[in-house]
Design a protein around this ligand. Sequence first.
Ligand code: HEC
Length: 193
Amino acid sequence: MKFISSHASLLCALTLLPLQLSADVAVPDKELKEARSLIKSFGGDLKAALKPAMKSGGPVNAIEVCNLQAGPIAETISSQSDWKVARTSLKVRNADNTPDNWELKTLLQFEQRKAAGEDIKKMDHAEVVTQEGQTLYRYMKAIPTADLCVKCHGSQLDNAVAAKLKEHYPYDQAVGYNVGDIRGAFTLTKIVE
Ligand code: HEC
């Protein structure tokens, strides 16, 4: 009987705890698996669009492909699941990809983890977040800068590439990256029922 009453009061205390408690609750494994598999599809579809475009028309042509396809690919992947899928970065090319506060905090933590020696290929972070009265599963995975990427995100861009980027993205910040840097991150959000 004693157990029941203390248990009941514990439950009661839990429900009265401030909402920040949710930050200590783990995102369930099933959700993590789902998020990771969506990133595989998203990343795969992006590469599938980028690679042939780079091959056939070089980076100048591929800029148009990225510009026109990154958004729709993200929307298609999002519409096939309960997750909203996008990309973000500390230095964005497209202002639509600007990080919100939680994403900013996570991107800064990724930089700290990298500085502490962690391999960025597997770097990710999941959290249950309460925002504007809504509970969300949020997940981010770092995106490494590869050889292919520096043609459009590096420090020595071809003149034609630089000009084309300027035309589409006058406020582009996403340059100056070296291979092995964190270019940004995939960011996924799901509203908890
Ligand atoms: C042909 C040029 C080109 C190449 C190569 C390229 N990108 Fe991009 N990248 C772009 C363009 C254009 C955008 C803006 C897309 C948009 O409007 O949503 C972009 C946006 C991004 C973003 C979203 C954040 C932001 O800055 O707006 C990330 C992350 C990113 N690229 C990572 C990469 C990675 C990683 C590689 C290498 C695997 C790569 N890119 C290769 C042109 C390129």
